[in-house]
Design a binder for this molecule. Structure first.
Ligand code: UDX
Length: 434
């Protein structure tokens, strides 16, 4: 009962949010990471990632929140170990679980351990393997639970504290009860089930959301070919309460740390079981093509990219985050370079980036500077700053007022009135009237 001592392994987006939120709920939390610099920043009062409300939460609960690189220090007094390490994809499409095994290897020094809880996204069946590994390490008395996360970046703190549901998968009622109690104070229903089903919920939920995005992008393509307007179509379709308006924004495709990885993981999981999950394969293919189609349309409008300058407005995979993992911007920048274009890019949060394609782009401090002298601009991320921009000034500084709005952020009529040739996703191209 009451407050517990929790060791969170992994100080990434999920681990930090989980640790800070559990500290807010009154638990004693130690967050452990293998990266010295990351822990040094946290110990110094800094936060190594941008997540709305996280820095405040960490500061407000500092007396119940410590950080370490020492696994033994983390587990020594822990009653619950939360595994929030990353599980990157291997060449075979399976998840690399080595970091989870490393956490298990460090549990021998734990004196009060009651449960190990895995929050990392893992293939269905991982829990059973972890359980077996714990048993052979003599940890029979320690419970195991899967507690998948459904938090979206940019609103992860909010999602953790006010979730649609908390899913707890365990084959042991005491462990389920313990993990449920850790969430006392969280404003959302607890759904209890077996471990394998809990692992599947995460993959199925993300796959269905990704499917909605790819479906909408398919409809957008048909709208372009037929003269319909995807925004009007989706606005009306989403009013059907059985469908809802969410995840039906047409654009450059989904990115981030979850959808691309989880949809591929589900495809690999099905393939390993001898089943060809064709629907998820199509969802992935549509998403892969989406940024390429945009570049092709822009290329046709511009008459080729060789020797041209293109401004990329936004690099993050979505607004509200500094995360660039699997962002469409990377594919777009890389494709544009392959076609011979020079790139000027802007993003309000993404920090300096090394490596291709970014090392050979010009980073600009504002959208207007990025568009200065450009032959075309692409809205890649739906940053609100772009909605509020003085687009008439942008038109004046560009060599040619050509904009591809990859997020349907702006009003076609207004952009046309300013003088832009305005292209977007699933809507007719507007040619400047100014
Ligand atoms: C997602 C899930 O929402 C979350 O539950 C899970 O735990 C992790 O994956 P996140 O990756 O942070 O969260 O981003 P989300 O806001 O869901 O968007 C995912 C991607 O889909 C983004 O690239 C976004 O731009 C794109 N998207 C989303 C669309 O293109 N259209 C939409 O209508 C919605």
């Amino acid at each position: 009962m009451g407050n517990r001592r929790i060791a969170v392994f992994g100080a990434g987006y999920i681990g930090l949010v989980t640790g800070a939120c559990f500290a807010k709920l009154g638990h004693e939390v130690v967050v452990r990471d293998i990266q010295d610099e990351r822990i040094a920043v946290l110990r110094g009062g800094g936060v190594p990632i941008h997540e709305d409300g996280l820095a405040e939460l960490i500061a407000q609960n500092a007396e119940r929140l410590t950080f370490t690189v020492d696994a033994q220090e983390a587990v020594r007094d822990a009653e619950v170990v939360y595994v929030c390490v990353d599980t990157p994809t291997t060449p075979s499409g399976d998840a690399d679980l080595s970091r989870i095994w490393q956490v298990l290897d460090s549990l021998h020094g734990a004196r009060h351990l009651a449960a190990v809880v895995v929050k990392s996204t893992v293939p269905v069946g991982t829990g059973a393997r972890v359980r077996a590994a714990m048993d052979s390490a003599g940890l029979h008395a320690v419970g195991y639970a899967a507690n998948p996360e459904f938090t979206a970046e940019g609103r992860a703190v909010q999602d953790f504290l006010h979730p649609d549901r908390v899913v707890i998968g365990s084959d042991d009622p005491d462990t389920t009860k313990l993990v449920a109690q850790l969430h006392d104070g969280v404003d959302g229903p607890v759904v209890e089930m077996d471990v394998a089903s809990a692992e599947m919920v995460k993959l199925a939920a993300n796959a269905l959301l990704a499917t909605k995005v790819s479906f909408t992008n398919e409809i957008a393509t048909i709208c372009e070919a037929t003269g319909a307007d995807v925004e009007r179509v989706v606005g009306a379709v989403g009013l059907d309460h059985r469908l809802g308006p969410h995840f039906m924004r047409a654009g450059l495709g989904y990115g981030g740390s979850c959808f691309p990885k989880d949809s591929r993981a589900l495809r690999a999981l099905s393939g390993n079981a001898g089943y060809a999950f064709q629907l998820i394969s199509s969802v992935i293919e549509v998403n892969d093509l989406q940024p390429r189609r945009a570049i092709q349309r822009l290329k046709e409008e511009l008459g080729g990219f060789q020797g041209r300058t293109v401004a990329l407005l936004g690099m993050a995979f979505k607004a509200g985050t500094d995360d660039i993992r699997e962002a469409p911007s990377t594919i777009i920048a890389s494709r544009l370079q392959a076609e011979g274009a020079s790139i000027r890019c802007w993003d309000p949060l993404v920090r300096a980036l090394d490596g291709a394609p970014w090392s050979s782009t010009t980073r600009c401090p504002s959208p207007l500077e990025a568009m200065d002298g450009a032959d075309a601009a692409v809205v890649v991320t739906e940053w609100p700053q772009l909605q509020e921009l003085a687009w008439d000034e942008a038109a004046a500084v560009m060599r040619r007022p050509l904009l591809f709005d990859g997020r349907n952020l702006l009003d076609p009529v207004q952009m046309g009135a300013i003088g832009f040739t305005y292209m977007s996703v699933g809507r007719s191209t507007v040619r400047g009237t100014a």
